[in-house]
Ligand binder design. Structure first.
Ligand code: NAX
Length: 331
């Protein structure tokens, strides 16, 4: 039998946490033969609710779940973890300035970075979900310098999956037959969902989405807006932000990173930019990646037309501004 993998979920008493921990305990994230020990962190006001989640995990009698640590102590939470899914953060409340929200999250991610650096297992893989996800991940990277920068990522897989879903609905094809969309940039409304290289499996082989949809106005307009604004549409409909889809996409992100992407398929991940596609180095930016042996690599050599170039730049500019704002909060 395999040794259990320790998975940290911060903000575990929240909405996404409540959807995510049972998925992890069922093997959705790491596989049906991989035992797990869940480490759940939240803040003192949520301690009782967190304990309730722990009770439900016990009650569900998950065969793969070999232990649960539920705590408000960040050191205890980070001890020996192999995977850290950072869902906890400070939400933007009505009337709050962007800078105030940033400042709260910068201080959270700074201190959690130090705890991970000191107490997590060597080679711990980190996924930041909490917004502003890219910039929180960047702060975490800055304050955990001994964790390899390749191990610190943020979630844009939900946006990627939303793009697959929109194409599948538009063409009335199975979502599993659609692949290689790309989310470029920030997990925000400036992200660029790009279908230029995406394909659909048909009985006549793989076809380009641009050929099958044959409606550039839709692909360059409504499609992009729908994906960018999907989070807001969910809030409007549900009165709460996306939770089950966020949790499921977080599992997809970690699973593909650990197990690998299928041959010929890429996914979107927010990763530390090395300057590929002329994206400024030193931002956490969403790129198309393939994964193998537990490491991601940015897909190289894709053609970028003027329409796309402009959109890649816009979202990079926003991330540079966020980075500057985050650093001004540190000063
Ligand atoms: P909730 O408010 O339901 O849960 C957040 C939890 O984090 C709460 O239980 C809170 O007590 C806890 N928390 C706050 N500060 C903490 C700290 N310092 N340490 C540990 N825990 C802390 O929010 P939820 O709907 O679960 O969303 C969580 C985060 O995900 C938000 O920042 C949200 O904006 C972000 N999202 C990111 C997405 C993505 O694709 N990257 C999509 C979904 C979601 O909007």
């Amino acid at each position: 039998a395999k040794d259990p993998v320790r998975v940290l979920v911060t903000g575990a008493a929240g909405q996404i946490g409540y959807a995510l921990v049972p998925m992890i305990a069922r093997g959705v994230m790491l596989g049906a033969d991989q035992p797990v020990i869940l480490h759940m962190l939240d803040i003192p006001p949520a301690a009782e609710a967190l304990n309730g989640v722990k009770m439900e995990l016990v009650d569900a009698a998950f065969p793969l779940l070999k232990g649960v640590v539920a705590t408000t102590d960040v050191v205890e939470a980070c001890k020996g973890v192999h995977i850290a899914v950072m869902v906890g953060g400070f939400p933007r409340k009505e009337g709050m300035e962007r800078k105030d929200v940033m400042s709260k999250n910068v201080s959270i991610y700074k201190s959690q970075a130090s705890a991970l650096e000191a107490h997590a297992a060597a080679n711990c893989k980190v996924l930041v979900v909490a917004n502003p996800a890219n910039t929180n991940a960047l702060i975490l990277k800055e304050f955990a310098p001994s964790i390899p920068e390749k191990n610190i990522t943020c979630l844009t897989r939900l946006d990627h999956n939303r793009a697959l879903g929109q194409v599948s609905e538009r063409l009335s094809v199975q979502v599993s037959d659609v692949k290689n969309v790309i989310i470029w940039g920030n997990h925000s409304s400036t992200q660029y969902p790009d279908v230029t290289h995406a394909t659909v499996k048909t009985s006549a082989g793989e076809k380009a989405i641009r050929e099958l949809v044959a409606d550039d106005a839709w692909l360059n307009g409504e499609f992009i807006c729908t994906v960018q604004q999907r989070g807001a549409a969910i809030i409007k409909a549900r009165k709460f932000s996306s939770a089950l889809s966020a949790a499921s996409s977080a599992c997809d992100h970690i699973r593909d990173w650990v197990v690998g992407t299928p041959e010929g398929t890429w996914v979107s991940m927010g990763v530390y930019s090395d300057g590929s596609y002329d994206v400024p180095a030193g931002l956490i930016y969403s790129f198309p990646v393939t994964c193998k042996n537990g490491e991601w690599s940015i897909v190289q050599g894709l053609s970028i037309d003027d329409f796309s170039r402009n959109k890649l730049n816009k979202t990079a500019e926003e991330l540079s501004e966020e980075k500057a704002l985050a650093y001004s909060c540190l000063a």
